[in-house]
Design a protein around this ligand. Structure first.
Ligand code: NAD
Length: 304
């Protein structure tokens, strides 16, 4: 299949690579020339605009930071809708708010295209391994149409319901994740301050009732999980600013239905403090720096 792929960052690049590995022909666009070159080296075709990437393809995928980027990539003069043929589905795997999804779906429908929200979980590791979970919102027929494409990048492809429900699932998942990471960071730091070896504490939590993905796969304490961002100075992974964005999506969506999100609002403030301390680009597990007296920038060296 011929696929246009726009947004080749930490997630998009490995996802596009998996499409190439599955034998698809992939046309790519990103504002970063270096990101495009990596994909070209792997066999993709470089494009000068989203419009070109969306021309003469059977499916378009976007993987961008936030709704504003999706809007401009879709509707700019040289955007996707200026180049795409009628009937070609647009899959957006970015994490954005459900209300924007509905607006983009209406916009695309006016051009004769379906716009399917298909945000992912599984992180950069899942993107590289092709084991992502896709949470898909859209009609049943649109879901069946895009499922084979998504299967080249993910293991669990779940139809959540109508347009926007994929994002609802994603936002709720990341609400749990943001809170659980802060909880594990708090507990690991308390244990360290009270004198237990963090590796021992991590092993106990991971075979006890406190176990969760934030403790057993992505533990925020350096040295506890060798493959976690904490063990490589919080580089790569899922940026603090992206988690801050997702918790903002959760609290905004909660306000729209007058639903309380007590812990989510508190967690949002923790990641916001990290971001304002200059640590927005570090992996979100760096939130543990607030507890270890490093102030969030990683430059403090005041860890106990
Ligand atoms: P990223 O910042 O690494 O990549 C975004 C890419 O989009 C960059 O390469 C950037 O140059 C490109 N871009 C921005 N504006 C553009 C434009 N107008 N035209 C073309 N390219 C443009 O972000 P990421 O980590 O890959 O995340 C992408 C999305 O996936 C976000 O919505 C994020 O919330 C979500 N997500 C990320 C993870 C993760 O672990 N990183 C996990 C699940 C979901």
């Amino acid at each position: 299949m011929k696929i246009g792929f726009i947004g080749l960052g930490n997630m998009g690049a490995p996802m596009a690579l998996n499409l190439l590995k599955a034998g698809h022909a992939v046309k790519v666009f990103d504002l970063s020339a270096a990101a495009v070159q990596t994909l070209v080296d792997a066999g993709a075709q470089a494009c000068g605009s989203p419009k070109t990437a969306a021309s003469d393809v059977e499916c378009v995928i976007t993987m961008l930071p936030a709704a504003a980027h999706v809007r401009s990539v879709l509707s700019a003069d040289d955007g996707v809708l200026a180049g795409i043929a009628t009937g070609v589905p647009i899959i957006d795997s970015s994490t954005i708010d459900p209300a924007s999804v509905k607006a983009f779906a209406e916009l695309a429908a006016r051009h004769g295209n379906s716009f399917i929200d298909a945000p992912v979980s599984g992180g950069t590791g899942g993107a590289a391994a092709g084991t992502l979970t896709f949470m898909v919102g859209g009609s049943a027929s649109a879901f069946e149409q895009v499922k084979p494409v998504l299967a080249a990048m993910g293991k669990n492809i779940v139809h959540c319901g109508d347009s926007g429900t994929g994002q609802v699932a994603k936002i709720c998942n990341n609400l749990v994740l943001g809170i659980s990471m802060a909880g594990v960071a708090e507990a690991m730091s308390l244990g360290e301050a009270l004198g237990i070896d963090p590796k021992v504490l991590g092993a106990i939590i991971n075979t006890s009732t406190g176990r969760c993905w934030s403790s057993d796969t992505y533990n925020p304490m350096p040295g506890v999980i060798d493959t976690a961002p904490a063990s490589r100075d919080y580089s790569g992974g899922f940026g603090t600013d992206l988690m801050l964005k997702d918790l903002g999506l959760a609290t905004d969506a909660a306000r729209s239905v007058r639903q309380p999100v007590y812990l989510g609002a508190l967690a949002q403030q923790l990641y916001q403090t990290m971001s304002s301390n200059g640590a927005g680009r570090l992996d979100f597990s760096a939130v543990i720096k607030l507890y270890r007296c490093e102030g969030g920038t990683g430059s403090g060296g005041g860890a106990r």
